[in-house]
Design a protein around this ligand. Sequence first.
Ligand SMILES: CC(C)(COP(=O)(O)OP(=O)(O)OC[C@H]1O[C@@H](n2cnc3c(N)ncnc32)[C@H](O)[C@@H]1OP(=O)(O)O)[C@@H](O)C(=O)NCCC(=O)NCCS
Length: 161
Amino acid sequence: MSDPWLRTLDADWLEAVERIEALGQPAPWSRVQLMGALTDPRGSVWGVGMGEPAREGLCGFAVLARQPFDAELQTITVVPGGRRRGLAGRLVMALIDQARGWGSERLLLEVRASNQAALALYRRSGFRDDGVRRGYYPPLGGCGAREDAVLMSFPLAACHD
Ligand SMILES: CC(C)(COP(=O)(O)OP(=O)(O)OC[C@H]1O[C@@H](n2cnc3c(N)ncnc32)[C@H](O)[C@@H]1OP(=O)(O)O)[C@@H](O)C(=O)NCCC(=O)NCCS
């Protein structure tokens, strides 16, 4: 089997990204949010896939936003049938490279405290836990208690002590 491909995505990929989001996210972004990410000049969207680097082969994507000093990993999704093959790990590495290229000091993210797969992915990718934001997320499915966010970061800038 060929190696997975990685590439940045633009507005032409909206339908493919929407498909991945609907299949893979318990709380999917809307079409408007996805289009906003795909066309935002201050950020980038990376896709990973198998086979030809075309819409049908897209298996996952991640959204990176550029802030004044840091970059933020805003969302990452891999289709259920493509999981545990290292695809999200490749996406995270691409985001780290991109943020480093921007000169960002850190790559930041927030993740639901119950999301064991994502927490394991980020810790394995070198992110450290920075703290917890209590009750940050509304409950999945709309009922029940609000959920904590775990705040994580990946240092990018060299230390200048
Ligand atoms: C989280 C998610 C992106 C991981 O995608 P993936 O392609 O399966 O991840 P990878 O195969 O690259 O996994 C890399 C490492 O992360 C950890 N990991 C990933 N999924 C895991 C799981 N379900 N349980 C435990 N560890 C897991 C493992 O350490 C794994 O390495 P290993 O397979 O060699 O043990 C995927 O499960 C997903 O799309 N979930 C729904 C959306 C979501 O929760 N996104 C994150 C918040 S926006």
